[in-house]
Every structure is written in structure tokens, then in C-alpha cells.
Design a protein around this ligand. Structure first.
Ligand code: MN
Length: 217
């Protein structure tokens, strides 16, 4: 017979194990090799960013969901309903999955005709849009994200969000995200955030950004 105190110790472990498979989000692998974005982003940066930072957010999110009524919901629903640490970790998981998916070793260099038309209408030109994104990235104080987002009608806007901020909470579809947390660039560029952002444009896949624009809701 198991002594009562031992049962008391075992019970929470048994319930945690039983709940884990329903709530756990998995780390998504990169859709390219770690070193394939060099020299714009080094293999070391990609290993730290994906395997340590992004995977860390996934692990912390899964821990927090064990004690949350939001456990079992799709990630976007968690982002829409959560606040505090749960929001921060859920949004960082979502943000990083978009960030990695929008990059490619051999990216498509131009937006779709539909997206280019919207960029010309809302920013003047592709070049003017990139200048505004660069300015927003340079001007964001501390850690955060600069987003290109679309509303349901296809109108575009640039958003500067601190920390894990994500346009989904504003009812917008994120199309392109620049991670300006120091962990995204410090190994390769040290304090030179503007140089890191300039290099990032070389590996942005406009095919993926255009696909997100076509699927906006
Ligand atoms: Mn990051």
C-alpha cells in the first residue's frame, strides 16, 4: 500500500502528465538551414534565436497553460484572450513563427501586383515604405516589433509595438515583422540595430508576405 503522503506527492505529477499532450505547443523547425541566411544573419544568431529564445517562449507558454482555462485553445485565441505573462509568451511564439517563415535564403524580391498596388497607395512606393519601416525600427525604444499589417479591406499600416505586441489584438493581419529585440541582432551587429534591419531586407521573402496579404481577414 502507498503511504498517504507519497500519494499526495505523486498526484500532481500524474495530472500534469495527463494534461500535457492536449495543451503542448511544439517548436516549429526552421524551413531552411541555420547557416543559409548568412552573411545577413549568421548561423550562430539563427541557432540562438530559434533554439534558445523562440524554443524558450514555447516551453514557458506550455508551462503557463497547464494552469490556465485557455489551455487547449488555438494559439491565436490564446493571444486574443490572455494578458500578462501568458500573452507575452503566446505572442512571442506566434511572432517568431511569422518572423522565421518570412525569411528565405533565396527570397522573392518583389511583392505581388495586389500588394504592390496597396503599398504604392498607402506609402507612395516600396522604397518609401521601407524607409518608414527602418525609421520605426530605429525609433522603437527598448525591445519590441515593427509590423506591416493589413485591415480586412486591404489597407496597410506600420505599427511599432513594445515587447511582444502583436497586431492580431487590434484586429489586423500581420504581414511582415521586424524583431528589434537585441537577441535578434546583437551577436552579428552588436549595438548597430539599423545595420541589422538593413541586412534583414536582403532575406525577406516577398512571396510569403504577399501570401499573407492575400489571406488577410
Ligand atoms: Mn526574437
Amino acid at each position: 500500500m502507498i503511504p498517504f503522503t507519497l500519494l499526495f506527492l505523486l498526484f500532481p505529477m500524474m495530472t500534469m502528465n495527463a494534461a500535457a499532450p492536449q495543451t503542448a505547443f511544439a517548436v516549429k523547425e526552421l524551413p531552411y538551414d541555420y547557416g543559409s541566411l548568412a552573411p545577413n544573419l549568421s548561423e550562430e544568431t539563427m541557432r540562438y534565436h530559434h533554439d534558445k529564445h523562440y524554443a524558450g517562449y514555447v516551453a514557458r507558454l506550455n508551462e503557463l497553460l497547464l494552469d490556465s482555462p485557455l489551455s487547449g485553445l488555438p494559439l491565436e485565441d490564446v493571444i486574443l484572450s490572455a494578458d500578462g505573462a501568458l500573452y507575452n509568451n503566446a505572442a512571442q511564439v506566434w511572432n517568431h513563427e511569422l518572423f522565421f517563415e518570412q525569411l528565405a535564403p533565396h527570397p522573392r524580391r518583389d511583392p505581388s501586383a495586389e500588394l504592390l498596388e496597396a503599398i504604392d497607395r498607402d506609402f507612395g512606393s516600396l522604397e518609401a515604405f521601407q524607409t518608414q519601416m527602418n525609421r520605426a525600427a530605429a525609433g522603437l525604444f527598448g525591445s519590441g516589433w515593427v509590423w506591416l499589417a493589413a485591415d480586412r479591406d486591404g489597407h496597410l499600416s506600420i505599427l511599432s509595438e513594445p515587447n511582444a505586441g502583436n497586431p492580431i489584438q487590434r484586429g489586423l493581419t500581420p504581414l511582415l515583422g521586424i524583431d528589434v529585440w537585441e537577441h535578434a541582432y546583437y551577436i552579428d551587429y552588436r549595438n548597430r540595430r539599423a545595420d541589422a534591419v538593413a541586412a534583414l531586407w536582403n532575406v525577406i521573402d516577398w512571396g510569403e508576405v504577399s501570401r499573407r496579404y492575400a489571406l488577410r481577414r
